[in-house]
Design a protein around this ligand. Structure first.
Ligand code: FAD
Ligand code: SF4
Length: 512
């Protein structure tokens, strides 16, 4: 055998650079379901099932085209559990002259593969991941010489370079950014009757995986009752079409809004399909542009959506590879509390947290503002170790892959990188959650109160956070207004807030 092409669980693309010079007569594919990968963080059952089922669908697709795939199933008694052991066994049996792989989505995995190849004594050809529109070199060139990195500038650079929503170098519609029009809430009336997203009921392969995960990972968090994700390229394209036709037109307007029992609202649900490489972001962007050109979606929605895919998604990947491995241990606020138990159960009287955590456990999904401004915000204000927060996010969402999860968690949501990625910490009181959702309506707390028996823990902890980290926050230009508001609090108010916050922290938010 000439090349053994290693295909990892988030590389399910037969047009990837690993297949560039693939010759079916001389080469073969190696894939393995490794228990260690499901267990190194305490993964949600749906996340495990997502990866395993999509891998099996991909394997079957390759075999159907006459490609030899050496595949180790999780339930194979010979499965040795981790990359190094499995790869050593496979290469001994198959005797390839070279290993080929696309750059993995995790620094840890890249290192493990390099170690394994060197122990086995075979050359490892690590190829660039062409799924992304910008390479890690493009990002490094963008970052070189800049004092500060910001998504907005990288995004504009990519739009100009790729000709996305630009006309002769100028933004289409006259503005680069339609954020101001994209902050709507549903008010008291709510979102009304919503058309549910297109569902993909489990087929025979997925049913087998679900049974396996239920048995083998019974004690892991989450349920599989709502498991209806696209598992192959055809289904992922169907999910994209469904989003473009039915949800994109209102995506922008309601992208920050939240509502009880409505996990998806106008969101695309495409992250897992894209991250596993079932769906090409170029196709996603082209479909959104076509909707604009055909008059089916307004510019604010289309720009708002493309900003997420071309802007944030590419930017966070750049941040990850630019700053790893140092990035994962950053902790700007020296936060060190353990993650409260409620993150694994949803058992809390705080209605917003209860609903978002329970939804997460039920679906393996929460949309961006639920992640950023409910679960992550509470952890930041409480003072939880950002590395523990990171491990939770990497465990509980079907779309969680480290290159995208880590910068979002450590950088955007916890400001643990001290502002490498975002210009300010995303902090707010319970009043923000009240404005953007209906969660507060049936909560025992009052979002506007910072002290007293009905004080909203978010609001108490928000003021306490600003006081505790005053020295660092004063140096952040965009925190000026919020820091001036702290100055207006009387000394008596400050004392009461500090005491109430301390008691929430001491109980690990157990009674909140
Ligand atoms: P939509 O709201 O419909 O957005 C469209 C697409 O844009 C998404 O599918 C996604 O590919 C991309 N996108 C949107 N926001 C971001 C962002 N901030 N960073 C990168 N891409 C973005 N996203 C992941 O894919 N995997 C993660 O593990 C992950 N962890 C996160 C952790 C935290 C703390 C936060 C605040 C955000 C995280 N995100 C993550 C980003 C974002 O929340 C999800 O991409 C989004 O909620 C997925 O749902 P959707 O497909 O319906 O997205
Ligand atoms: Fe959450 Fe506070 Fe609103 Fe309760 S009052 S739902 S804790 S923001």
């Amino acid at each position: 055998m000439r090349d053994l092409v290693l295909v990892l669980g988030d590389q399910l693309d037969d047009a990837s650079s690993a297949f560039e010079d693939f010759v079916p007569e001389d080469d073969a594919v190696w894939m393995a379901e490794l228990p260690h990968e499901s267990e190194h963080v305490w993964s949600h059952k749906a996340r495990i099932a997502m990866f395993l089922s999509a891998m099996r669908h991909f394997r079957d697709g390759l075999r159907g085209r006459g490609i030899t795939v050496h595949y180790r199933q999780l339930d194979d008694p010979r499965n040795r559990g981790d990359f190094c052991s499995e790869l050593t066994t496979a290469t001994r049996e198959l005797g390839p002259s070279r290993l080929v792989v696309v750059q993995p989505g995790e620094h840890r995995v890249l290192e493990a593969l390099r170690r394994a190849a060197s122990e086995i004594g075979l050359p490892l050809d690590v190829r660039p991941d062409r799924h992304f529109l910008a390479s890690t070199d493009d990002f490094a060139a963008h970052a070189a010489g800049r004092k500060q990195l910001r998504m907005e500038y990288f995004y504009r650079e990519l739009r100009r370079k790729l000709g996305v929503l630009v006309d002769q170098g100028k933004p289409l519609g006259g503005r680069w950014n339609y954020d101001a029009e994209n902050r709507g809430s549903f008010g008291k009336v709510g979102p009304g009757e919503l058309r549910p997203p297109f569902e993909f009921p489990p087929d025979a392969t997925t049913k087998q995986v679900i049974a396996l995960v239920k048995e083998r990972f019974a004690s892991h968090p989450g349920t599989l009752e709502r498991f209806d994700w696209p598992m192959n390229r055809r289904q992922a394209v169907r999910a994209l079409e469904d989003f473009i036709e039915h949800r994109l037109p209102l995506f922008g307007q309601y992208q920050d809004a939240m509502w009880s029992q409505e996990p998806y609202l106008y969101h695309s649900r495409l992250s897992a399909a894209m991250n596993l490489k079932l769906l090409d972001p170029r196709k996603v962007i082209a479909s959104a542009r076509a909707a604009l050109e055909e008059g089916n979606a307004p510019i604010a929605a289309v720009e708002g959506f493309i900003r997420q895919v071309l802007g944030w998604r590419e930017y966070v990947r750049g941040i990850y590879w630019q700053f790893m491995p140092q990035y994962e241990s950053m902790n700007h606020f020296a936060a060190d509390l353990p993650l409260p138990e409620l993150y694994w159960t949803g058992d809390t009287q705080m209605s917003c947290l209860q609903q978002v955590v329970r939804q997460t456990l039920e679906y393996g999904y929460a949309h961006h503002i639920q992640r950023l401004m409910v679960t992550a915000l509470f952890a930041l204000l409480l003072g939880v170790s950002p590395q523990q927060v990171h491990r939770w996010y990497l465990a509980v969402y079907v779309d969680a892959v480290e290159w995208v999860e880590m910068p979002n968690t450590l950088g955007m949501s916890q400001f643990a990188d001290g502002g490498l990625m975002a210009s300010k910490p995303y902090v707010a009181t319970g009043k923000y959650i009240n404005r953007m959702s209906n969660y507060c309506a049936d909560c025992r707390y009052r979002p506007g109160d910072a002290v007293g028996a009905a004080a909203c823990p978010f609001t108490t902890l928000y003021w306490d956070f600003l006081m505790r980290h005053r020295d660092k926050l004063q140096l952040v230009p965009r925190m000026g207004l919020q820091m001036r508001n702290v100055q207006r609090l009387s000394e008596a108010d400050r004392e009461q807030i500090r005491a109430q916050a301390q008691s929430i922290r001491e109980t690990g938010a157990q009674h909140a």
